[in-house]
Design a binder for this molecule. Sequence first.
Ligand code: NAP
Ligand code: MG
Length: 486
Amino acid sequence: MSEVVLPNTQLLINGDWGDAADGHRFTTVNPATEAPIAEVALGGAADIDRAVRAAHRALESGRWPAMTGAERGRVLNRLAAIFRERMDEIVLLESIDAGKPLAATRRQDVAAAIDTLEHFAGWADKLAGEVIPVRHDALTFSRKAPVGVVGAIVPWNFPLMNAVWKTAPALACGCTVVLKPAQLTPLSALWLGQAALEAGLPPGVLNIVPGSGTDAGAALVSHPLVNKIAFTGSPQVGRGIMRAAAENVTHVGLELGGKAPIVIFADADINRAVRATTAGAFFNAGQVCSAATRVVVEDSVHDEYVERLTERVKSLRVGNPLEDGVSMGPVISRGAMEGILKYIDIGRSEGAKVALGGGRCGKQGYYVAPTLFVDAHEEMKIVQEEIFGPVLTILRFRENDEDEAVRIANNSIYSLASAVWTRDINRAHRVSSRLHSGMVWVNTYGPTDARLPWGGLGGASGIGRDLGRAALEAYTERRTVWMQFD
Ligand code: NAP
Ligand code: MG
């Protein structure tokens, strides 16, 4: 195993690394061992103000606005190349800071970051406006301009990937960014900032300010020079951000929570469905906004499904993310672990039955056993509320009652993701169009791609889209020009 190489742990503002104005620092720990990894500068409102002003200057003058789209694309490609060259370093850093199994971090988090950078690098020189003919004596057109200074606030479950999902399209579109990573996982964002400077991003274009949500995050949201807040996190914080953004009428993109249902019909390939639900529910220890959390299975195959699923989940190896063959690491913090265990108790008291797991694993590190609840009902808290841990609830629907299956699946305040399993092509079309979510998987679970838009349909899952062409819309404004001839 290679040694951990730490990035600079100060704030990155205007291309310079420096301490927080008040000198405060905080410690980021490895959730697998509870051991401290590094002390990081804790940015506050004064630092955010400095970072936003730097981003504003970099937007208005200097090298960045003078660059062509093609040049911006080349910088993003160079940044992706640095990820490839230093793959082991960033994989290990993200793995220890967030408690993610090494192989999955390489395959998912870092691979997605690279693909997203390269995808949006390709768009940077293709942001065409539109000529809209109105009169013979005028040229009338709209062009796409960067939305401006972007305040990006991201959570700890996919720290690097979420940071890049915001940063790559924003930079491709010519915006400048102030990124506030989660306090629990600041290191990969700092690495990203350092790599971006090496890739030739001009100073002030990407500023990294670790700090607390209620201090640095709130200051970023309400800063008058911020034009767009790109947020991923909890519904509760998202609502507050939307309210705060109303003051300056700042654009907001909110990727919030999820409680994804999986509808399994009796004609489905049950073995494949079992494999997919296992991965969907326990990948990243269930700390995924689109985690499979509510399986809604047709009565006639319920028992067979539960039996095979239980066997499969038993075979998951829970342990230190740095060990080979580990499929599930710890959850992010003691607080998260306690919250999940509390939900498991609630599930028991609500009358659901624990078919597997149901407690903590070990005494050190924040490990929760993969947990299956059967005999769950749609109104239970464990079925309605986002647990954000390795807990899967299993419900049934009446044989041949597609309407009931869809009704149970849609009975949620969340609308981020869902899945349907069936071999019947007609039913696949019908049900996938009736499931109320921004993403629907059919006979698979979980894949996302930089080319595909991602986001909820409002409510507790939020509004706006990451990725795909939708992200280009999110980080540009159409400016209309009426050019009158003599
Ligand atoms: P969270 O508490 O909302 O935190 C997310 C980020 O917001 C962190 O950086 C946090 O800072 C910051 N923050 C907290 N309070 C703030 C405030 N008042 N103003 C501005 N920023 C503030 O969410 P979490 O518990 O870390 O993450 C889990 C949630 O994220 C789940 O609900 C999950 O479903 C959702 N999520 C959604 C997606 C998606 O794509 N839709 C993806 C991943 C996660 P600090 O924590 O550093 O204080
Ligand atoms: Mg950490």
